[in-house]
Design a protein around this ligand. Structure first.
Ligand code: AP5
Ligand code: MG
Length: 261
């Protein structure tokens, strides 16, 4: 399963990504988390990103595309991934398309979490309070002032992706105003409906067997089609002959052979 979770700050991307990780054992690739780790570690990427993140702007495309491109290469991403917070601009989405094409990977869906702006500030403030209560360091961008800027960045640079993915028939919008559990259930229902989830049975079955199971009916169908083509060839021969002779006998023959095929 390869999906993108798209939505404004506080819409629940991280929350739902983690729930998907727990349920399906695939990795969450959050550019926000990766950048925060880089900032904390003081890496060159972190140094470039620090002030931009603190002000609610977007880190340059080449930086995040580089991070994601390296991350997708890693072994744990081979079974699938949930992109949380990436892509965030049209050039990032185009770069991702190229990357996936190059790796012969397919994107299953882009799930947009739609949440009223008025609810976002409340959520971000709650998160900050919860982090504080747990003794964790509160995100530097979780203030009402920076949230306004993050929202502006979302509207001007990320919202165009709704059109981008809708044109490519990848976009599925979920009502992110529902309770967390309901949103999870809705995402699960969608992933199931589009066939992005492996069933328990197919997960357990060895890859070869799964393949064999799929090819068996295909082979049978091919055989039938081949037989039908041969029968039609024979039939048209007979019809041509019959036309020459002006007899109606072969028509019966044709009918018989068609039934056989
Ligand atoms: P990032 O870390 O991605 O932050 P964000 O997009 O602003 O989103 P948040 O993490 O704040 O919210 P969320 O949608 O994950 O919501 P959550 O589940 O936590 O990016 C940070 C910064 O990094 C960016 O501003 C930018 O500078 C930079 N950056 C990152 N990626 C980049 C990229 N690709 N390009 C350029 N720059 C990039 O939920 C929030 C709260 O709400 C929680 O408390 C949660 O419990 C609660 N909640 C969740 N769902 C519900 C619900 N349904 N009902 C009630 N409460 C809910
Ligand atoms: Mg998040």
């Amino acid at each position: 399963m390869r999906i993108i979770l798209l939505g404004p700050p506080g819409s629940g991307k991280g929350t739902q990504a983690q729930r998907l990780v727990q349920r399906h054992g695939i990795v969450q690739l959050s550019t926000g988390e990766m950048l925060r780790t880089a900032v904390a570690a003081g890496t060159p990427v972190g140094l470039r990103a620090k002030d931009i993140m603190a002000s609610g702007g977007l880190v340059p495309d080449d930086v995040v595309v580089g991070i994601i491109s390296d991350r997708i290469e890693q072994d744990d991403a081979k079974r699938g991934f949930i992109l949380d917070g990436f892509p965030r601009t049209v050039p990032q989405a185009q770069a991702l398309d190229e990357l996936l094409k190059h790796k012969h990977m397919k994107l299953d869906a882009v799930i947009e979490l739609r949440v009223n702006e008025s609810a976002l500030l409340e959520r971000v403030e709650t998160r900050a309070a919860e982090m504080r209560a747990r003794g964790e360091e509160v995100r530097i961008d979780d203030t009402p002032e920076v949230l306004v800027k993050r929202l502006a960045s979302y509207r001007s640079q990320t919202e165009p992706l709704i059109h981008y993915y809708s044109e490519r028939r990848k976009l599925i919008t979920v009502d992110g105003m529902m309770a967390i559990e309901q949103v999870t259930r809705e995402i699960g229902r969608i992933l199931h409906a589009i066939g992005a989830l492996e069933t328990k049975q197919s997960k357990k079955a060895p890859a070869v067997k799964r393949g064999a199971g799929k090819t068996a009916p295909k082979k049978a169908a091919k055989k039938v089609a081949k037989g039908a083509r041969k029968a039609l060839k024979r039939a048209s021969k007979v019809v041509r002959k019959a036309a020459k002779k002006g007899s109606d006998r072969p028509a019966k023959k044709v009918a018989k052979r068609r039934v056989k095929a």
